[in-house]
Design a protein around this ligand. Sequence first.
Ligand code: GAP
Length: 454
Amino acid sequence: MAVADVVTMDKIVSLSKRRGFVFPSSEIYGGLGSSYDYGHYGVLLKNNVKGQWWRAMLQERDDIVALDSAIIQHPATWVASGHLAGFTDPLVDCRTCKLRFRADKLEEEQCGRKPSKHPGETPECDLTEARAFNLMFETTIGPVKEEGSTVYLRPETAQGIFLNFKNYLQFSRKKPPFGIAQIGKSFRNEITTGNFIFRTREFEQMEMEFFVPPPEAQSWFEHWLEQRMDWYVNLGIRTDHLRLRPHTPDELSHYSSATSDIEYLFPIGWSELEGIANRGDFDLTQHAKHSGQNLEYFDTVTQDRYIPHVIEPAAGADRALLAFMVDAYDEDEIEGEGRTVLRLHPLLAPVKVAVLPLVRKDGQPELAGEVYRALRERVQAEYDEGGAIGRRYRRQDEIGTPWAITIDHQSLEDRTVTVRDRDSLAQDRVSIDALGDEIERRLRAPWRSPKLGA
Ligand code: GAP
């Protein structure tokens, strides 16, 4: 059956909890709406998503450098960036059901006009006038609340990059076009959340600001649209589940002259996965004005002096993880028995290889232990000797482990093992001495989602 036929958000939520990818946060206290904790396999998967992003930004290019800036920045940042005045959603309250909605998303948010939102038989929503609601979380610096100064948890990682632009011109020996990349938590007091980790109040962003000479902005914008689409495709997302959607003029953020979203066909429909924006010189000009610092670039060769324009690919790590899980989720049958399998790209899979002795006797666990210890030096590996082999395979399939190594009686005779492939189910006999190289070879080999068909 095709994946589009079997995957639902409920199945992803249930697999995530059952197999320790993602748990609702503070569950023993009844949960905290839209907060989630990543379990063991979720941490490994998200680290791999972020690792692949860093790889694409830093290792595979030489025009981008890294940054990890503070979450709490000088409050003037948000005046200059326009977030204090303009980072708002129109909020309406329902006097009947006491729920809050985004006025611009009433249908999408399933406004309480639908009876299901109202307890009992309450009829229709009685909505207040819309008012602007700023999405930034506020807190106070200093021990005395009343005397401290108000600061904000950053709603995007991007501003930390602009604040450091001058430092980078001085130390990094880069000149436009060059980029600064950062991964980190951002916070937004979203009016309506939901759809699991798709929209939460605390989330991780993977953002890169690419500073370019103004006449080159459009061609770099197109370059980054292509690069970022390719990133998802090369990591296994099916092309017919990805699309680029340019923003209409009324959708554009206050800083943007052009934005296109990379959208993914989530179970909730086509939705934003990543935004790629042409921010022009908006941010650097604003920070220069508010800080009094000169944020121009001076080209000593041409004697040109200018404020670079900025192309920004801005992705969400949690949303990307969700898309990779949805795209990988599949159900099939093996010998009449149903199985759930995450057909993740091997580079993203939380565990690359599981080592499983067929039986817990006859020297098999000892040899399996030796194989496991050698493999874990090279890749994330897991050892499991408990229960029927079929059940152990199923467990690994559900967490997306691409290869399972089985140690059997023959292994003790000729020091070979079987390597079972998660997708093709092929079982190859490989010598223990060659196993590490073979797994690494498979890990680096070109990969195509088996759901794409022949
Ligand atoms: N610096 C530009 C910026 O922040 P954005 O489109 O607001 O642009 C970029 O955010 C990406 O961050 C989104 O495409 C999405 O993947 C992720 N993101 C934004 N808000 C989110 C939320 N509430 N929960 C999860 N991810 C979110």
